[in-house]
Design a protein around this ligand. Sequence first.
Ligand code: BES
Ligand code: MN
Ligand code: ZN
Length: 504
Amino acid sequence: MSLTLTLATVLKKPVKNSYHVVLVDDNSQTMGQLTSELQTAVSRLIEASRFKGKLADTAISYGTDNNTGLLLVGVGSQDKLNGGSLQKIAKAIYASLSSLTKSAVISLGDSMDEVSFGQLALALLNQSYTFDIYKSQKADKPTLKDVTLLVSADNQPAFDTLLQLQHATAQGQSLTKDLANQPPNVCFPAYLAEQAQSLANQYPELLTVKVLGEKDMQQLGMNCFLAVARGSAHEAKLVLLEYNGKAAKKDKNSKTKGKKSSLEQPIVLVGKGITFDSGGISLKPGLGMGEMKYDMGGAAAVMGMIKALCEARLPLQVVGALACAENMPSGTATRPGDIVTAMNGKTVEILNTDAEGRLVLCDTLVYVQRYQPKVIIDMATLTGACIVALGYVRSGLYSNNEDVIFELEQASESAYDRVWHMPLDDDYQEQLKSNMADMQNIGGMPAGSVTAACFLSKFVEDIPWAHLDIAGTAWQSGKEPTATGRPVPLLMHYLYRQAAQDAV
Ligand code: BES
Ligand code: MN
Ligand code: ZN
């Protein structure tokens, strides 16, 4: 991590070799407590620069030493402060200081509640992400390394815990982004399996990895999954990462001593890992097809989650399942009209080979039920229709369980990694009826994101399950496409609360 955040309550000595950051609202009110000396300097700078405190506006005065100075950042109206404005504020701070100084101090006092503090911290940590391994001309290395957040003594203990969680989250997100940004000639299923293995090597006491190849899938009858990979030169892989954050505890009062796989009712995270989605025989149009390297964003998020869990060492048992395949056209590729049998015995008529995500996911959902999960959460860049419905702001949330819906909605707002609850009514299943098989893999134009989720629901038996359609949120599309690392913040908040619930 190139940026480290630390908490402090009072400054032991005057700020040396550091920029002081002061947040100012549109009434020229400063946030946090300031020493009278600093308050004077702030008032002077506000006047000299005609500073209005507009959101993300900045004013700077350079100190006499190279590394010192004062930065004002506008926050707009204090009661309108939310996750979005905090992200803009973080961006403004980083842009102003990243190549100016090694360290900075931000006065917050008790001007922020826990939720806002967490959002600001994560936004700051995420500023330093870059992906330039394929550029000959690298951007200059940022100088900013340490940021101290000055908070009130009352808030310090709670904020400290949250800050640790956000450091872990940012590290997970950074891995998610790195994997997703990799080009599809580098990142294919075996690459993701290798990355999982190297993650397990970094945390041997917490992680076990298992990789199923196409032979294993044949034996298990995962023919929907296999159908997607048939046109590709790359072998499909189902990667399982088992995180046992209770391992240390368990060995002491060991009921399960000596048993190798000791996960009891884990939380299972499933990610769509299509390393390139050409559409297959139902070939996609060429424009923007390069962005379909991000079709493994779900799997990348699951791997990032596992890394974040290892960093945060949450006392939970979690399985990450990465459903990895490449969707390509060829003479051996699946044809529209092919009928295959899924692992649970259901037959599927594949009428569009571009609706491949649900095919790798349905067999994976059946497979992971052998862990007897407490809950399954899958995440997938599943449908363009979800972008039509929710744009690039909220991920689609589908679930068969009211509690899971509530908990994910809560976590998503606190993490500012937002979701919107979408319907799963039985009536939609009509659209998936096939003339030839138990179901077909497409449901036509209307409610395309819903029918995709309905398809998945047919493969989950009486287990709390949620599906996140992250087609619009996993990466930023357009002129400068880049991975966002979503929904790692949402799920880390969710798992953090699950761990807290388990503890009582
Ligand atoms: N990976 C795509 C969905 C997608 C498209 C995500 C654009 C993000 C941006 C998925 O595999 C797909 O192709 N879905 C089809 C489904 C259709 C054939 C029923 C789609 O959305 O068009
Ligand atoms: Mn597709
Ligand atoms: Zn896809």
